[in-house]
Ligand binder design. Structure first.
Ligand code: CTP
Length: 398
């Protein structure tokens, strides 16, 4: 859920600040990038050194560096964050947040942030019960902030009552649940193929292609971020998928065909981004072929077209997406594949576009759907392209 997410933790001056070291660890362990912004008083309760060590990032607390005079941009920090969690949030900080005051870096960052903000209050029970605190929290909630209510327990004053900051594990779970609920593809099964296939000629040689698998892996990561259950059937690549993605490794077109058909029935969305070999040696040799003549001919037979076979059995509720990598007559060829393989849409890459296709970190696509709607996209990172493809899929689900 948190993999690759940018989490900004805002710490203010309350005793519960010492617990935030654990919160940083929980987010880091779950794969998030973590940065910390502290109010000057927070440093009395937990050291910046502890937090910078755990977060593996410098801690931010002043508008400018004392030694160099360099400005620490609260604007950049606020925009960097995918989620901003202010824990503990003292009555003082809550009051300032509710009224737009920004006399420290944390508050200025809060005003610059565009992401969801979570506030975990912590203070003594009477402060928590005070009408001003209550109305400030109401203002924060009505401005769209998410309040993680304080708990009843023993407080720093020795009194027992409501005002303890929620425990780090509970804050972590709260945010985890929030992310899960916002997931558009929650409950959907997505099947994606990626990478090349290798067709064995003899024990040491094969016919392969230059596909890196990057586009398919980015699609799998995007589906995973959107909350889907993802099966990724991958030809030989060097890439690693996030743990929650169920990855099935295959080598040949035949193995890919079998794995796809074992998993297609339960799939709501299928994307064939693999570069599947169209031909395979008729008779792969058991022993290494010896160099005993000037000419060598290898007889090939065609492989089964996996995508076309899926088009034949596709149900009304399934979305089927194919790729077409073309060098000439791009749109005409892609439209032909779209119809022939009974797809909902096809993603066209042209090898004539700079930065598109095999081996690049970027891609430039055109999506053609079965109603002949053609959408051309700019050159983008493959991760952004994956988002564009899922936006198209989500529009079809609606
Ligand atoms: N595909 C497949 N099984 C094959 C060959 C291709 O599932 N044996 C899929 C690819 O994953 C891709 C789409 O079909 O989604 C188009 O692949 P492409 O190689 O561009 O087209 P082909 O149908 O193989 O036609 P050609 O090679 O003649 O362009």
């Amino acid at each position: 859920m948190f993999s690759g997410k940018n989490i900004l933790l805002g710490i203010t001056g309350g005793i519960a600040a010492y617990k935030t070291a654990n919160l940083v660890r929980l987010f880091k362990k779950s794969g998030a990038n973590v940065k910390v912004v502290m109010t000057p008083d927070a440093k009395e309760f937990v050291t910046p050194l502890t937090l910078s060590t755990l977060s593996e990032n410098p801690v931010h607390s002043q508008f400018s560096d004392e030694k160099t005079g360099e400005w620490d941009s609260h604007v950049e920090l606020g925009l960097w964050a995918d989620l901003f969690i202010i824990a503990p949030a003292t009555a003082n900080t809550i009051g300032k947040m509710a009224n737009g005051l920004c006399d420290n870096l944390l508050l200025a960052t809060y005003l610059s942030a565009k992401c969801p903000v979570f506030v975990a209050p912590a203070m003594d029970l009477d402060m928590y019960e005070h009408a001003t605190t209550k109305s400030n929290l109401t203002i924060l909630a009505s401005n769209g902030n998410k309040i993680i209510d304080a708990k009843v327990g023993e407080l720093a004053s020795g009194l027992v009552g409501k005002g303890r900051m929620e425990e780090p594990e509970a804050i972590f779970n709260h945010i985890n649940n929030y992310l899960k609920e916002g997931l558009t593809l929650k409950g959907k099964n997505v099947l994606i193929t990626a990478g090349p296939t290798f067709e064995q000629i003899d024990p040491v040689r094969f016919i392969g292609n230059n596909s890196s698998g990057k586009m398919g892996y980015e699609l799998a990561e995007a589906a995973n971020r959107l909350g889907a259950s993802v099966v990724l059937i991958s030809g030989p690549t060097k890439l690693i998928a996030t743990k929650s993605i169920h990855k099935i490794d295959v080598i040949s077109a035949k193995e890919m065909y079998d794995a796809v058909h074992e998993n297609q029935k339960t799939a709501d969305i299928i994307i064939m981004s693999a570069a599947v070999a169209d031909y395979t040696p008729k008779e792969p040799q058991k022993n290494k072929i010896k160099k005993d003549s000037d000419n060598l001919q290898i007889s090939l037979k065609s492989t089964k077209d996996i995508l076309a076979s899926l088009g034949e059995i596709k149900t009304d509720n399934q979305i089927l997406v194919g790729f077409a990598l073309e060098t000439n007559n791009e749109e005409v060829n892609a439209k032909d594949k779209l119809v022939r393989k009974k797809l909902d849409f096809i993603v066209l890459n042209s090898l004539n576009d700079k930065g598109a296709g095999f081996g690049f970190e970027t891609n430039k696509i055109t999506i053609i759907d079965k109603n002949n709607k053609v959408d051309k996209y700019e050159l983008k990172s493959k991760s952004e392209v994956a988002t564009d493809i899922f936006n198209k899929i989500i529009s079809l689900l609606k």
